[in-house]
Design a protein around this ligand. Structure first.
Ligand code: FEO
Length: 403
């Protein structure tokens, strides 16, 4: 059920949070049984008001009703659009239709055309440049361009040097039971670090070089004065440095020692039989194994799989050959892995075939071209797992030796 949180987070800032547990696939792609929130903020200045971002498309009327519960719409003099993805910009059209036409809309210059193409609107748009300051409602907002975190239009802003509106950056999936991360129980904090990692891998993972550049920019601005990090998803944070450190690690693909992700597809159990043998070997050698399987009675979550791969030392991909080609589901997994996962991982490929070995070689070529290191390709015919027992044992050793 959709829920709304409307609460002060500081003397002059109200959080308007839509808690969405109805979306099962974020971006119609990523599995999120934990739900997601869309966070907007209302800054109440000297009689005038600034609105920061909004809610997902489809919730425009509910959003405007909630804004009205906090301020008189006539007092809104500015709206800041940090990023145009419709999970944040989707309520803008309805909001702006209720405001004076001179309300200033701040955003990256790319936002102007997107406002028109997404929603057919041409507001009183003010393009912001990197480092630009704007004085609105007796407050100072300073804008910084953080391209590709998550789109090229993404900006962050800092209010009076103390509150960082970070949009997707430092955001997470999940519906928190407290406004601030630091007020969650230790077990919930652990969960929300996982949700943030999974969100990072799914949404921002493709742009890790930009993440490192963005973090460098934020640290050169100086984060010491920041008292509140106000992202557009998930809990707010008082401590910006913890997340900045985690983002650095995830963007570099820093590995948890001995972590091996095993992902496999098995149509009739032959691959699964080989994988059980391999897992046994890896366990005996002390590997920390995470398994994601895609079989006839069960499918792992692709979004969880990516979250696990980010900090793995290595991974195994095991799949049948299908129609004399790579198994179609493996193509989907390979596409997202190549797009979203840092390439400093070693890979063991296991594959079987009925009449011709194809998948193993093709997968090896794809992953090698992308920059991963292939330690071995183990292929067997049909269910003849016994034929490759020594190769599987050898593969496990190579995988762990190479890490
Ligand atoms: Fe949460 Fe890229 O939008």
């Amino acid at each position: 059920m959709i829920k709304i949180v409307n609460m002060k987070i500081a003397k002059d800032i109200v959080l308007l949070q839509l808690q969405d547990d109805e979306t099962k696939y974020f971006e119609a792609l990523w599995e999120i049984p934990e739900g997601v929130t869309y966070n907007s903020y209302v800054i109440i200045g000297d009689g005038d008001v600034i609105v920061i971002d909004g809610w997902k498309i489809g919730f425009g009327d509910v959003f405007v009703d909630e804004v009205k519960r906090v301020v008189d719409l006539k007092s809104i003099k500015a709206v800041v659009v940090h990023h145009m993805e419709p999970d944040h910009s989707g309520s803008l059209k309805t909001l702006l239709s209720n405001l004076s036409s001179d309300t200033r809309v701040f955003g990256h210059q790319l936002v102007k055309d997107m406002l028109q193409s997404f929603y057919g609107i041409k507001p009183n748009f003010v393009p912001v440049t990197d480092g630009m300051k704007a004085n609105v409602a007796g407050k100072t907002l300073r804008f910084f361009h953080t391209p590709w975190l998550h789109w090229p239009d993404t900006i962050v802003s800092i209010l009076d040097g103390k509150v960082l509106f970070s949009c997707d950056i430092f955001g997470s999936y999940g519906i928190p039971s407290a406004l601030f991360f630091e007020d969650l129980s230790p077990s919930d904090q652990e969960k929300f670090i996982w949700y943030a990692k999974k969100y990072f891998a799914n949404i921002i993972g493709k742009y890790v070089s930009w993440v490192l550049k963005g973090l460098e920019k934020l640290s050169s601005i100086g984060l010491d004065s920041i008292e509140i990090v106000a992202p557009a998803h998930g809990p707010l944070r008082r401590n910006v440095k913890t997340m900045a450190t985690l983002y650095n690690r995830w963007a570099r693909g820093d590995a948890e020692k001995g972590k091996v992700v095993v992902l496999y597809m098995s149509m009739y159990g032959f691959i699964e039989k080989a994988i059980h043998i391999l897992i046994d070997e890896l366990q005996k050698a002390g590997a920390k194994i995470k398994i994601h399987k895609f079989v006839d009675k069960y499918r792992s979550s692709i979004s969880d799989m990516l979250g696990d791969l980010i900090d793995a030392e290595s991974f195994v991909i095991a799949t049948p050959t299908y129609d004399a080609d790579v198994f179609p589901f493996a193509m989907l997994l390979l596409n997202v892995i190549i797009s979203k996962i840092p390439k400093n991982k070693k890979v063991l490929i296991v594959s079987n075939f009925g009449w011709g070995p194809v998948a193993g070689k093709k997968i090896a070529e794809m992953l090698k071209t992308a920059g991963f290191t292939i330690v071995d390709v183990v292929e067997f015919r049909g269910g003849n797992v016994e034929d490759v027992l020594p190769r599987l044992r050898e593969g496990a050793v190579k995988l762990l030796q190479s890490t």
